[in-house]
Design a protein around this ligand. Structure first.
Ligand SMILES: C[S@@+](CC[C@H](N)C(=O)[O-])C[C@H]1O[C@@H](n2cnc3c(N)ncnc32)[C@H](O)[C@@H]1O
Length: 212
């Protein structure tokens, strides 16, 4: 079965955004900001609706799109989100303000590899969403999973990387290195003794790991 056609079909069933979310999606598309794909976003939100987390930590805010989507879908949840790019932090802060979600969404401006001390002030978390530099996924996981409650869920985006993890021959060296890193992370994650993990082929592939 053609995966791209299936993804396109699933995406065609998803309602179009309006208002601020439509504006953010257009901004991201025009300015090359990588925000979550619609099918991946819906899968993530649905898992969170079922889990009903009270506190969520996101690594990789970009302009605040997924943080605000989570805030809207889960009005009872507090969301803490980390972003290292200053321009994106400014944009995210502005969108969070315009959405009226300053009380619900806390933005930590800084490198997630060094921001654990700030995040710990908001711990423990019920859910952790990793969506930052793909080559560093294992580090992000190791730094932030100790802040997760037992039974908590880690969701990691882009673990199928446009299907490239299943390709045997990749010409571009840089892409091949990154694919190898993601593949190594996936293998490490599924055999992690502290977590039960599945990979859902929605959007760019989401690993869903539940803490034992
Ligand atoms: C894919 S985007 C996040 C998209 C966002 N979750 C959404 O769907 O709306 C990844 C973001 O992670 C940020 N990032 C990458 N490495 C980071 C790090 N070590 N610490 C903090 N942010 C990082 C990038 O600057 C980028 O804005």
């Amino acid at each position: 079965m053609d995966t791209e056609r299936l993804q396109a079909y699933i995406s065609s069933l998803i309602n179009k955004s309006s208002g601020l979310f439509a504006e953010m999606e257009a901004f991201a598309a025009e300015n090359g900001v990588p925000i979550m794909e619609p099918a991946g976003m819906e899968a993530l939100l649905q898992i969170l609706r079922i889990q009903e987390p009270k506190a969520i930590l996101e690594v990789g805010t970009a302009i605040g799109y997924s943080a605000l989507r989570m805030a809207e879908a889960l009005p009872a949840a507090q969301i803490v989100t980390i972003e290292r790019d200053e321009d994106r932090c400014r944009l995210a802060a502005s969108y969070i303000g315009r959405a009226g979600k300053d009380e619900q969404v806390t933005l930590i401006a800084g490198d997630a590899l060094e921001a654990a001390e700030q995040a710990v002030n908001h711990a423990p978390f019920d859910a952790l969403f990793i969506d930052a530099a793909k080559g560093q996924y294992q580090k992000f996981f190791e730094i932030y999973e100790p802040l997760l409650k037992q039974g908590g869920v880690v969701m990691t985006d882009n673990v199928l990387f446009k299907g490239l993890v299943a390709e045997t021959e990749i010409e571009n060296k840089r892409t091949r290195r990154l694919v190898n890193k993601i593949d190594a992370f996936n293998r490490w994650l599924v055999s992690h003794p502290g977590y039960d993990t599945i990979i859902i082929p929605a959007g760019d592939g989401i690993a869903v790991s539940r803490k034992r």
